[in-house]
Structures are given as C-alpha cells and as structure tokens.
Design a protein around this ligand. Structure first.
Ligand code: F6R
Length: 252
C-alpha cells in the first residue's frame, strides 16, 4: 500500500489480486458489522471484486442477510426486468450468490413517477449512512453517472449520458436497438458522504483518468477530482491503470 495525498493506493500487476484484497476487507467488515450499508457500482471494474466477495462470504461463512445496499445508478428507458438493467447486473454478479435479502437492496426506481422516485432515493440516502462506497471511473471522469459539469453539491438526479459514456457502454448492451441516453444517478454530494470510498480501475484506458483524478485540478469538468477532498479513499488498480500515476510518484 502506498499513500499519496489523501489516497491510499493498492496496485498490482494482477487486477484479481487487488480485488481479492478489497473483497476480504469488505467481507470482514460485514462479519464484524452485520448491518453494514454498502454503496455499489456496476460495469466492468467491480466484476472481479464481486466474484471475490462471493468467494470470501462462502469460505468465511459470513452472512449478508442484514446488509443494506444502495446502487449508484440505473438506466432510464429500458423495459422493466431488462437484462441490460443494472438491477439485473447486480443480481447476476452478486446478489444471487449471497444470502442477501433482496428487499434490502436499493436502486433508483426508474419505472415510477420520476419526481417521486428522485425524492425517495434522496431521502433514503439522507437517512442511511453508507459505510463503504464502491466506485468505478469513466474515461471522462464521471463517478456514478455524474458527467462533467455536474455540480459537486448534486443529489440524486437524472443525467444525460455524454457521447463518450454512450460509446464506452454500448458494447455491454444485449439489446442494441434500445440504447438508453439517460440514467438516474446518486449525486456527487451523496457519494462523498460515504465513510469510505473504494474505487476500482483496470486497463490502459484508465491510466489518464486515474492520474487526472489524483493530480489534476479539482473541477466539475472532471467530477472524480472531488475525491481529492474525501478523508478516506482507497484506489484498487492494476499496473496499466496506475501507469501515469506511478510515473509521477517516481519523479517526486
Ligand atoms: C456504474 C457507474 C459508472 C462506472 C464507470 C466505469 O454503476 O456508476 O460510473 O463505474 O462508467 O465503468 P467500467 O467499470 O465499465 O469501466
């Protein structure tokens, strides 16, 4: 582990290794705090983490039955139960492999009245304090779907997805005829209220965003840069994603 500014860095050539370390930390937290509140992300970055969380929950015999979860975001405009939804993703990659109570898992409710739904998620996040927030990072610096230009004091809102986000995410869609252009996302203020943030990234396409997040100016033009002001943030990176960051650390 290396400390740099307010960030704790866990870096390994093998992404699986850092994800295992993170999973062990989270499952141990749930063991000692069965009513843990977890903030969860989807996408490629946390898949390996979730696989290892399932492994440790089984081998360490840790129950998730009292855990509460809040997902960062959900697409708008997909059919209910769509295989492209983030709810489906979470069931496939994590929930169905744990003894978690599905009524304890929360998503922005995109199939109900939007205004009511936004208020509902905002209230839930005001009244529940997230212990550990899992994050990935977009190549444009988004966290959740807080795209560049989103105010740092934002709460749960509707985001218009940028060209770069649409392009990056298109490959994941099973139904290429119905690509959503909007999502409901936790706001930056709600993400920043988490007691601990664990951000995951792998691959060379993440090396610049990771470096900009840690060393660039703090600006709404690069939303993840706000993490420079969080007191407890850990980065789990493979060597490719850490490349630019490590170059700089050697120069220092
Ligand atoms: C997903 C999310 C997004 C992703 C980001 C990186 O719930 O909120 O911010 O974390 O787009 O995606 P991947 O991990 O697929 O590169």
């Amino acid at each position: 582990m290396i400390s740099h500014k307010n960030f704790k860095l866990y870096i390994d050539k093998n992404y699986q290794t850092v994800c295992k370390a993170a999973a062990l930390h989270i499952v141990s937290h749930v063991k000692t705090t069965p009513r843990s509140i977890l903030g969860l992300a989807t996408g490629d970055s946390p898949k390996e983490l979730y696989k290892s969380m399932v492994f440790y929950s089984q081998t360490m015999n840790v129950s998730f039955s009292k855990v509460l979860t809040f997902n960062l975001d959900e697409y708008i405009g997909l059919e209910e139960n769509s295989k492209d939804s983030y709810q489906f993703f979470m069931n496939e990659h994590l929930f169905k492999h744990l003894d978690i109570d599905l009524s304890h898992t929360h998503f922005p409710l995109v199939h109900q009245n939007i205004e009511t739904s936004l208020r509902h998620y905002q209230t839930l996040l005001e009244t529940h304090s997230i212990d550990i927030q899992i994050l990935g990072i977009g190549t444009n610096g988004h966290i959740g779907f807080n795209e560049p230009g989103t105010p740092f004091n934002s709460k749960t809102h509707i985001a218009n997805l940028t060209e770069s986000t649409l392009k990056n995410n298109q490959k994941h869609f099973k139904d290429q005829a119905h690509l959503p252009s909007q999502a409901m996302t936790m706001g930056i203020d709600e993400i920043m209220r988490a007691k601990k943030i664990m951000l995951f990234a792998s691959g060379k396409h993440k090396k610049k965003p990771i470096d900009d997040m840690v060393n660039g100016p703090i600006s709404i033009d690069f939303p993840a840069s706000i993490l420079q002001t969080h007191p407890n943030v850990e980065l789990y990176l493979d060597l490719d994603a850490a490349e630019d960051l490590l170059k700089l650390l050697e120069i220092e």
